[in-house]
Design a binder for this molecule. Structure first.
Ligand code: ZN
Length: 277
């Protein structure tokens, strides 16, 4: 599913198309997208809103309107957004919503698995909604070794599980957790509380580096992820460990191993990332 680098790529590409635009007409075809609210009611509320900013928090896209309201979009497993001239995008049966902008272009939302969500929030609702769900942004200065040490302290859960928790690091998912742990040379099943100061410093840097690498390559296109102009990311060709079981470690040549951790497929190098210290 799209993680921070994919959502950030979408944000950057969509921003110039959305800034200052008014939502003329909104069609929400799938009630699951906005439940428990009525699709027609949400669409009617969105019509006439003008976009003042497009932001990202963790894996959420935040469409801010001049009215102070915000539309919080989460793509979950297979959601994607496309932008094109009106009528240029074709409905393949997985289209869940279309927004007509006042410049004659459209933004279409497609979602095969239908886990994605759109939530329209009033001006004072955004921060209270996000605060308990999403921790600090890993590419900001506030994400540092001290923050990470605090978040891992006293947690016996495997590191992999602790890092997938959005309150630990906003926007990390299965791919970039594995990539960061390989860069930091730390085993995914190490108890979160067992890391020493040096390992936490390495992991802090590794998280930032893994995410930046993903953004540079415009994300990883494994299944449904595409950029708003229909392009693909190329991070999947540069993975250090993710999905590379049996292939040689790019650092030491040892075949990459795959295990399950936190209920997820997890890839690591048995030589570079030892469980016992
Ligand atoms: Zn290795």
């Amino acid at each position: 599913m799209p993680e921070l680098p994919e959502v950030e790529t979408i944000r950057r590409k969509l921003e110039p198309y959305l800034l200052g635009r008014r939502l003329d007409r909104v069609e929400i075809a799938d009630p699951r997208l906005v439940r428990p609210f009525e699709p027609h009611a949400v669409a009617a509320e969105l019509e006439g809103e003008r976009v003042s900013a497009l932001e990202r928090r963790g894996k959420y896209l935040v469409v801010r309107f001049e009215s102070g309201r915000a539309l919080l979009v989460h793509l979950r497993m297979t959601g994607s957004l496309r932008h094109a001239a009106r009528g240029a995008l074709h409905d393949d049966g997985y289209r869940r919503a279309v927004v007509n902008l006042d410049d004659g272009s459209d933004v279409a939302y497609r979602d095969v698995r239908r886990f994605g969500t759109w939530l329209l929030l009033e001006p004072d609702e955004l921060e209270p909604y996000l605060a308990p769900k999403v921790g600090v942004e890993p590419l900001e200065r506030s994400f540092n070794a001290r923050w990470l040490a605090q978040r891992l302290q006293g947690r016996r859960a495997p590191l992999k599980a602790a890092l997938l928790d959005q309150r630990t690091v906003a926007g990390l998912g299965n791919i970039y957790v594995d990539e960061a742990l390989w860069r930091a040379q730390i085993h995914p099943l190490r108890p979160a509380e067992s890391l020493d100061a040096d390992e936490i410093a390495r992991l802090t840097r590794a998280v930032k580096e893994a995410l930046k690498a993903g953004i540079r390559r415009q994300g990883a296109s494994l299944r449904d992820y595409a950029t708003p102009d229909g392009g693909r990311g190329s991070m999947q060709d540069r993975f250090r460990v993710y999905g590379r079981a049996g292939e040689p470690c790019r650092r030491c040549g040892t075949p990459i191993d795959k295990i399950r951790a936190a209920g997820r497929g997890t890839w690591y190098c048995p030589t570079c990332q030892r469980l016992a210290t």
